[in-house]
Ligand binder design. Structure first.
Ligand SMILES: *Cc1c(COP(=O)(O)O)cnc(C)c1O
Length: 226
């Protein structure tokens, strides 16, 4: 059993190795520590080891943890789970970035909630179901253009990029990441969509090789989820 600090150091080293192997600057890959189902004490441990970006999947859990950890002023919360419009009010007050906007109606609701909070603009990534897998969340590639326009039409949201949830198989994951990069290119490129959120514990290296600017790592930092 390694401590969270040791596990974090190892994940950071994996990111550095993968970036160097891809001739990229490791600083261009942000590590989002996925803390879903893990207690606030585990987040404090990671925070003490220098981690600032944390990802949560469930709106209620994010709201509760943000409240519990309100004494950590520079912590940054990422919402990475499927978000129903009626839960947007839990996420809008605390999130720095929502990775999973997948419909114009969700964009509208988030924009409305951010305005109500009177907070700065909320960063948004659009989630794409690149493989068109029926059981997966995310916008179909053919709907992406309209959805990006809808996000940009919201004055309280700031479009930052794209996100995808890859298949388990590594070759299939690589294809999904390459497809996301190609979609970025055909929808305005890096100027419009600078961030690519892709890569988890199993496929971190592949994602970094393909151009990920954010990786969402849970298991390798906090251990298996029960
Ligand atoms: C749980 C989760 C992760 C982290 O997965 P690990 O395999 O534990 O690293 C990343 N992204 C999303 C969307 C998740 O739900």
């Amino acid at each position: 059993m390694s401590t969270i600090a040791e596990a974090l150091a190892e994940v950071r080293a994996r990111i550095v190795r993968a970036a160097v192997a891809a001739s990229r600057d490791p600083k261009d890959v942000r590590l989002v520590a996925v803390s879903k189902t893990k207690p606030a004490s585990a987040i404090r441990e990671a925070y003490a080891a220098g981690q600032r970006d944390f990802g949560e999947n469930y709106a209620q859990e994010l709201a509760e943890k943000a409240r519990e950890l309100a004494d950590l002023p520079d912590i940054r919360w990422h919402f990475i789970g499927h978000l129903q419009s009626n839960k947007a009010k839990l996420v809008a007050p605390v999130a720095q970035l929502v990775h999973t906007v997948d419909s114009p109606s969700l964009a509208r609701e988030l924009g409305k909630r951010v305005a109500k909070e009177g907070r700065p603009r909320l960063g948004v990534l659009v989630e794409v179901n690149v493989g068109g897998e029926a059981q997966k969340a995310g916008a179909a590639p053919s709907d992406l253009g309209k959805l990006l326009d809808a996000v940009e039409a919201e004055p309280n949201l700031q479009l930052q990029g794209l996100m995808t949830l890859p298949p388990h198989d590594l070759d299939a994951a690589r294809s999904a990441f390459e497809a996301l990069v190609a979609l970025r290119e055909s929808h305005g490129g890096k100027a419009r969509l600078p961030e690519l959120s892709m890569g988890m514990t199993e496929d971190l290296e592949v994602a970094v090789a393909c151009g990920a600017t954010m990786v969402r790592i849970g298991t390798a930092i906090f251990g298996a989820r029960g």
